[in-house]
Structure formats: structure tokens, C-alpha cells
Design a protein around this ligand. Structure first.
Ligand code: 26Q
Length: 839
């Protein structure tokens, strides 16, 4: 629904920034509290957080407006990031930091005798994502704004985000995350840009007056998409970009039909039918096959976003549209956008097929995030036919023309045609979404060097042979604003004192810290250690509060936090813990190092094996922590409800970062980067971005172990776990403890499934093949830890070598190779502002 044109044409008056001194902030904050929220200074801190957030949001508004004014120039090239997930976490602290309001706000809160940290910690995490892919999208937005790139994020405003996890009797229990319960002060509802999204119905084919074949999509069930905007401030550059999240709402007509039929309760109940579309985030981080609601969500995002973009496009020809618009698809989840843009161009804009296809394939770019073939998204054709009949026709036509091209290029190669078809044959035909994304895009990228190479050589080989020029790599990163400046303020301050300001926007400058690792800088090294020790105290407090397990901050903090997955091999970590326990029990304490092992992460609610792994870790923790003979030499804790705000407390305090996936399975990993930037050392396999971390930091500052991806592949067919158990006494002892029920004395048999999976020759994760190498690498860790000077030196070198892993670098590469955008100049308050409508 377009806003009235009279509005669009009126001059946008210039807007003066609000005063940002401590006094003005204090006054505004009080005004929000007293006059807007109707609360007072002694109220619950959730209201203090709301009042402060409004106060800060007000101060982002001038930058926000000044940053969308350039969007009125139809020639300005712009990018659209389409993602089903944005794992934002908390916003207040980050927005304060980026907008440089942290100083004045601290002062204002001090005057009111309020604790800013406590206020910040009442903010609920915006958990609109599962893990790596969603957090990457959030880091990307921060970097786009910091680089002043005209990029808008499009996503869904889930009423319920990622579930909360708590532990009962060692098992994960899920609680709904109603994060919007108390309202979100960061969002601005823009009902004036509501879009209509259609589902179901049928198609009618006809010929237009010029004799062209045309299609009408009719008798649809319609749902409204209402946009909510969140401001995304760049780092101290006056730019504020937009994250636009769509919420589903029932149409008036939807209810009216029922009203006329006289059934009021039915009419109101029918609202749910529409509004369920954005009710909840799917908590799986591998594809969940065939769920109708999930496909509805995906189409809802793609359609609302594309319609919004076309509403804004009053530029002349659709031909020019392709020159100024690019859409980055975050995995295949929004890839129905390929068919939806075709539909809009063909049916609404009346273009011919070749014109439309040429535009689509110049606009779309696709990022893949997985190497597991079983995780590639597929949708049953019958479901598609029912939900999106017009899109299925379009996909069939794309496929027909595409396969003609394949046959021309490889005559007689029917097996190739079968492999490359967008439709997988079988008892139930399936639409292959990754193939649709590849065929419809001009760029296809993986997220680390190894991942991109394995895509070209493996899953996407046929397509690489056909279009080698489409394929490229964009190694992931993390934003140093949240993951160093905000998460680790003490270390950030030491860094600034040492190398000056500016690293926050140019992370390669951290390399200037390298000399500080050498002899002669003992004072710096001591401060480095002191800061890390204090961070460890803070983490130990959190662990004690949430688990009751006491960590000694002087022990080695050994941390693995990430989604629970067999390929990520939390089990390998568990086997090592059992091994250490066995060593203590038999008095093998040579070169012993006291360790605190922290594990955290959520299991998809339907992933039984992942849930058993959580239970196993908790049972091991109970035995180890409860055994007086262990006597503090080893502590184990499973931290419940791992999320973004917990990671901000964890990564500045970890000594050892566990990145131990089966080689060739983890596309990139990004937690590995958060740890490295903060000075943790990595124990890791030759997988994903670990390889690039290893190259940046040097082998002598990284604990590498395990089979390479090629070796995993080669060994897979004759993998024989029994051989490893027989030939390795340590592994034998570990398996014996596990199998004797030592960790489940009153729950017989509960770990049989896990044990069987480890012993099974078909174990795709080959956990036991890497056991010896892992234990040996852990020995090298202990040896390094026993020499504090050496460890500190390695820690400093890790931080100093982490410059490459900033999303500023990642985004600069996306821009250089794919988006090709010019940085915007935000309009200044006194510059002539052209006629403008809000974004
Ligand atoms: C798909 C269909 C239906 C339901 C759910 C899904 C779904 C949802 C989320 C599938 C996958 C995901 C998330 C994947 C993910 O987080 N991948 C990770 O992406 C990171 C960023 O690139 C990488 O660093 C990790 O290696 C990769 O595992």
C-alpha cells in the first residue's frame, strides 16, 4: 500500500539533533519515565531500560532520517539483505557505543545513582535467529552502517524468538521466548507501508491484446505484512541504517466475510490463521523438511520485501532497476524471491520472459552456509502447488529453459540433467531450493576458503562447471564493536592506550600490538593477564549463579559454546573430560593443569541425539564435580540458555576455544573468531575458518589436531572405530567408564544410543578417529599453560592477528565483488533536503 503521493512530495524539513550532554539526557530520561511510562525512579529496572532506550532512540532519529534521504535518488545503487534470521541480542549498550552516547549516559546515570550495567542487563535478547547464520546477519548490518553502505536488512518480526533453555535432571527443557511481551522500544511501526501477501488460489492463463501469453493468480487467501523498523547506527559516523522486520496481520476482508456470515467468534479466531505466520522462529539450524508454515514464512518475507522495494522504485524502466538493485540471499531460506521477482515482473509489470529473467539474474546473489548435503532445502511439489501455484509454474519454466541449456552444452548426458534439475524425481517430487538460488543468481559464495572450495568440488560441482565465474568466497567475520569494544571494555581500553583509537573501524591495526608480546613489555603483559583474570572472575560469577559450579579464575578456562550438533562434536570434548577424570582417579598427575570446562548450547527440540549429548555432559559434570578425589583439579559446567548476551560475557574470559568439528563439515564458524579477537587460544581441526585463523596466527600459536577433510573422505568407507579402541589404552578406559554406567548409575541404558553411534563403523563424524590426536593436542595446551609468560605471549599474538576477521573486511569484499555500492553521505541538518518520503 503506497502512502498518498501528496505526502511523498512535501518537503522534508531539516531536523536538528537533540542535545546529547549528560544533563539533557538525564532530563529526557526522567521525562520518559514520569510522563510517558508513568513510572518513577525506584521502579523495576525494565522501565528504566525502556526510558533510557527511548532517550537514546530519539538521538538516533536525525541520523536515521539523514541516512535515508539518499535513497530517494533512484540512481543510487543499493543492496537488500534478505534473511530469515537476525540474532541481534541486546541493543542498548551497542547503540550507546556506536552513537558515542556512552559517556554522557554513564554520567547521567551516575547523577541519578543508577547502575547502567544493571539497566542494560534487563534488556531481553532479541533472539530472532538460531546461531551462526543469524548472528552473521546482525554483524553484517553493523558493518554496513559503519562503512556507510546503503544496505537495508529485511527479516521477520517473530513474536516468539529462539526458545529459552533450562535444565531439569540434566535434560534440556524449552520455554517459549515471548521477547515482545513488554514492547520493544527500538522498533518503529510503519503501517503506511503495509503489503498484501497472497497464498493459495489458482492460475488463469490468457492472451493479452498484443497476443502475449499471460497469467492471472486468483482466488487467493491474503495476509497483510506490516513493517517494523529498527535503527542500525554505524560506528560514530552519523549513519543509521534500517532493519525492516515484517509482521503478519489479518486483512479486513479476511474478517468481513465471516462477519457477514454472522459468526463473530469465527471471524476473530480467523485472525490467528493469518497471524501465525510470524508467530515463531523455527528452532532448527538444519532444514526441517516439508513444514507448510515454514514455506509460508519464507514466501512472506520474500514477497513483502520485494513489493516494498518495487514500491520505492518509481525510477523509469525496469531495465534500470537491475542496475541499482541487488538482493543478497542469506542461504536458500529466502530463495523463493527468485520466482517471486519473476512473477512480479511477468504478471504485474507485464515484461516478457527474457526481459524479466535478465533482470532477476542480474539482481540476485546467494550465500551458502552448509556442507551437509542432507541440510539442503527441498520442498514437496504438492505443497508448492497448493501454497504457491503460480510460483511452481514459474519454477517449471525456469527449469525447462535451464535444462535445455544443459542439454545443449552436454548432449546425451542424461545423468547430469537429472542431477541438475530443479525438480528432484522420486515418489514425491521435490523442488531443490539451492539449485533455484544458483540458477537465479549472478553470484554464489561460500563463507570460508575451504567451504567455498568444497562447494566447487563437491555439492555444486556441476554448476561450477557450467558457470565458474559465478562462484566466489567471502570468509565470515564478526563485528569488533560488539565483540571487542562492548564485550571487553577493559581490554579495549588497554588496546586504545597502547595503539591509539581507530582499531574499532580498522581492525588490522591490532597488528600493532604484536611487539607487546615480546620481552621488554612485561608491564603490558601483566595488565593483559590482570584484565583477563578479572573477566574470568565475572564469568565464574555467572557460572556459579546459573549452575552452582564454582570455577577458580586461576584455572584454565576451556570453553565450547555453540549449537549442539553431532558434527560439532561436543562428544569428543566429553570424551576428553572423561579421560582427564580417569587420569586423576588413577593418580596420573604428571604436568597436571587445573581446568574448568564450560559447555553451552541449545539442541533443536526434535534432535534427540543432541539432547542426549546435553544429558551426558550434565551427568559427567555431576560425577566430576561431586567427587572429592577430584578436589578442584577439574570442574565441568553446562551453562544453560547460551545466547548472544552470554557470549559477550564468555568470550572475553575464555583461555581455550574449542573448534573441533569433523573436518569438512563446519562451513566457517564465527564463535572461533570472537574468542580469538579476545585473546583466547584455539584448539581446532583443519576446518572452516579455523584454517584461516591458523594461517593468520601461525602454527605455533594454535593447537591443531585431527584428520583433514580429504582424509575424512578417504577413510570414511573403511572407518573402523573398534581398531582405535583396541589400540589406545586411554580411549579404552574412557569407553569402559562410559559403558559401565559410571555416569548413569541410576539411569541404566540412557547413553546406549550415544555409545552405539561412537562405535558404529558408519559414524559419519568419525569421533574416535580423532581422539588420540585431540588428547595429544590437549597435552600441548597444558604444557603451554604451565608457562604463563608463554601463554600470555600467545594470547596477545592471537588478538594482534585477528584483524582479518572483522565483518568490515567481509562486507568490504561483498561490496567490491558483488554489491558495488558507493558509501552514502548522510544529509547534514543544514544541507538542502530534497523532497523526500521516509524509507
Ligand atoms: C531451514 C529450513 C527449515 C527450518 C530451518 C532451516 C534452517 C535454519 C537455520 C537451516 C539452517 C539454519 C542455520 C544455519 C547456520 O547457522 N549455519 C552456520 O552459518 C554460519 C555463518 O555462515 C557458519 O559460520 C557456520 O559454520 C554454519 O553452520
Amino acid at each position: 500500500m503506497a502512502e498518498p503521493t501528496s505526502r511523498a512530495l512535501c518537503l522534508l524539513p531539516s531536523m536538528q539533533p537533540l542535545p546529547s550532554d549528560a544533563k539533557a539526557i538525564e532530563e529526557d530520561f526522567k521525562r520518559y519515565l514520569d510522563y510517558h511510562l508513568g513510572r518513577f525512579l525506584g521502579c523495576e529496572s525494565i522501565y528504566l531500560w525502556q526510558a533510557l532506550s527511548y532517550t537514546v532512540r530519539d538521538r538516533l532519529m536525525t541520523g536515521w532520517r539523514n541516512s535515508w534521504i539518499p535513497w530517494n535518488d533512484p540512481k543510487m545503487r543499493r543492496a537488500h539483505y534478505l534473511s530469515m534470521e537476525y540474532l541481534i541480542g541486546r541493543s542498548l549498550g551497542n547503540n550507546l557505543l556506536n552513537s558515542e552516547l556512552d559517556g554522557p549516559v554513564q554520567e547521567a546515570m551516575r547523577r541519578l545513582a543508577l547502575e547502567i550495567e544493571e539497566i542494560e542487563s534487563t534488556e531481553p535478547d532479541a533472539g530472532l535467529g538460531n546461531g551462526g547464520l543469524g548472528r552473521l546477519a546482525a554483524c553484517f548490518l553493523d558493518s554496513c552502517a559503519t562503512l556507510a553502505l546503503p544496505v537495508i536488512g529485511y527479516g521477520l518480526r517473530y513474536e516468539y524468538g529462539m526458545f529459552h533453555q533450562h535444565i531439569e535432571n540434566g535434560y534440556q527443557v524449552e520455554d517459549p521466548d515471548h521477547w515482545l511481551q513488554d514492547g520493544d522500544p527500538w522498533e518503529v511501526e510503519r503501517p503506511e507501508f503495509t503489503q498484501i501477501i497472497r497464498f493459495g488460489g489458482r492460475t488463469e492463463h490468457f492472451h493479452d491484446p498484443e497476443g502475449h501469453h499471460r497469467v492471472r493468480w486468483v482466488d487467493t487467501d491474503d495476509v497483510l505484512a506490516v513493517p517494523y523498523d529498527m535503527p542500525i547506527p554505524g560506528y560514530r559516523n552519523g549513519v543509521v541504517n534500517t532493519l525492516r522486520l515484517w509482521a503478519a496481520r489479518a486483512t479486513e476482508a479476511f474478517n468481513l466475510n465471516e462477519f457477514n456470515a454472522g459468526d463473530y467468534p469465527e471471524a476473530i479466531a480467523a485472525k490467528n490463521e493469518a497471524e501465525r505466520i510470524t508467530m515463531v522462529l523455527y528452532p532448527n539450524d538444519v532444514s526441517e523438511c516439508g513444514k507448510e508454515l515454514r514455506l509460508q514464512q519464507q514466501y512472506f518475507l520474500a514477497s513483502a520485501s520485494l513489493q516494498d522495494v518495487l514500491r520505492r522504485w518509481d525510477g523509469a524502466s525496469m531495465e534500470e532497476f537491475a542496475e541499482s538493485h541487488v538482493f543478497q540471499l542469506n542461504d536458500t531460506h529466502p530463495s523463493i524471491a527468485v520466482a517471486e521477482l519473476m512473477r512480479i515482473l511477468l504478471d504485474d509489470r507485464r515484461l516478457l520472459w527474457d526481459e524479466a529473467w535478465s533482470i532477476v539474474t542480474r539482481c540476485m546473489a546467494y550465500t551458502n552456509h552448509t556442507l551437509l548435503p542432507e541440510a539442503l532445502e527441498k520442498w514437496p511439489v504438492p505443497l508448492f502447488e497448493r501454497l504457491l501455484p503460480r510460483h511452481l509454474e514459474i519454477i517449471y519454466e525456469i527449469n525447462r529453459r535451464f535444462l535445455d541449456e544443459v542439454r545443449r552444452r552436454w548432449p546425451g548426458d542424461i545423468d547430469r540433467v537429472r542431477r541438475m534439475s530443479l525438480i528432484e524425481e522420486g515418489p514425491v517430487k521435490m523442488v531443490r531450493m539451492a539449485w533455484l538460488a544458483i540458477v537465479g543468481s549472478f553470484s554464489v559464495n561460500g563463507v570460508a576458503e575451504l567451504h567455498s572450495r568444497l562447494l566447487r568440488e563437491g555439492m555444486f560441482r556441476d554448476f561450477y562447471e557450467m558457470w565458474p565465474e559465478k562462484f566466489n568466497n567471502k570468509t565470515n567475520g564478526v563485528t569488533p564493536r560488539r565483540w571487542l569494544a562492548a564485550a571487553n571494555p577493559a581490554l579495549a581500553e588497554l588496546i586504545t592506550e597502547t595503539i591509539g583509537d581507530g582499531w574499532q573501524r580498522d581492525l588490522e591495526r591490532l597488528s600493532e600490538l604484536r611487539p607487546m608480546a615480546e620481552p621488554g613489555h612485561e608491564a603490558f603483559q601483566q595488565r593483559w593477564r590482570d584484565i583477563r583474570l578479572e573477566n574470568k572472575r565475572r564469568l565464574a560469577d555467572l557460572v556459579a549463579r546459573k549452575t552452582g559450579v564454582e570455577f577458580d579464575p586461576h584455572a584454565l578456562f576451556d570453553v565450547q559454546v555453540k549449537r549442539i550438533h553431532e558434527y560439532k562434536r561436543q562428544l569428543l570434548n566429553a570424551l576428553h573430560i572423561i579421560h582427564l577424570y580417569a587420569r586423576i582417579k588413577r593418580g596420573d598427575l604428571d604436568n597436571w593443569v587445573d581446568r574448568c570446562v564450560l559447555i553451552g548450547g541449545k539442541a533443536a527440540p526434535g534432535y534427540q541425539r543432541a539432547k542426549e549429548i546435553i544429558k551426558l555432559i550434565n551427568n559427567i559434570a555431576a560425577v566430576v564435580n561431586g567427587d572429592p578425589e577430584i578436589d578442584g583439579r577439574l570442574k565441568v559446567a553446562f551453562l544453560p540458555n547460551y545466547n548472544v548476551s552470554k557470549m559477550m560475557r564468555i568470550c572475553p574470559a575464555a583461555d581455550l576455544s574449542e573448534q573441533i568439528s569433523t573436518a569438512g563439515k563446519e562451513a566457517s564458524g564465527t564463535g572461533n573468531m570472537k574468542f580469538m579477537i579476545n585473546g583466547a587460544l584455539t584448539i581446532g581441526t583443519y576446518d572452516g575458518a579455523n584454517i584461516e585463523i591458523l594461517e593468520a596466527v601461525g602454527e605455533e600459536n594454535f593447537f591443531l589436531f585431527g584428520l583433514r577433510a580429504e582424509e575424512v573422505q578417504a577413510m570414511q568407507p573403511n572407518y573402523d572405530p573398534a581398531r582405535y579402541i583396541e589400540s589406545d589404552p586411554d580411549l579404552r578406559d574412557v569407553m569402559h567408564l562410559l559403558e559401565s554406567g559410571h555416569f548413569n548409575p541410576v539411569e541404566p541404558g540412557i547413553f546406549d544410543g550415544i555409545i552405539h553411534s561412537l562405535r558404529q563403523p558408519g559414524d559419519p563424524w568419525m569421533t574416535l578417529a580423532d581422539f588420540r590426536s585431540y588428547v595429544d593436542a590437549q597435552e600441548r595446551v597444558a604444557l603451554a599453560w604451565r608457562d604463563p609468560d608463554r601463554w600470555t605471549r600467545m594470547s596477545i599474538i592471537n588478538t594482534a592477528s585477528s584483524g582479518f576477521f572483522s565483518t568490515d573486511r567481509t562486507i568490504a569484499e561483498y561490496n567490491r565483488d558483488i554489491w558495488k555500492l558507493q558509501p552514502i553521505e548522510p544529509a547534514t541538518p543544514d544541507s538542502e533536503t530534497p523532497p523526500a518520503a521516509p524509507l
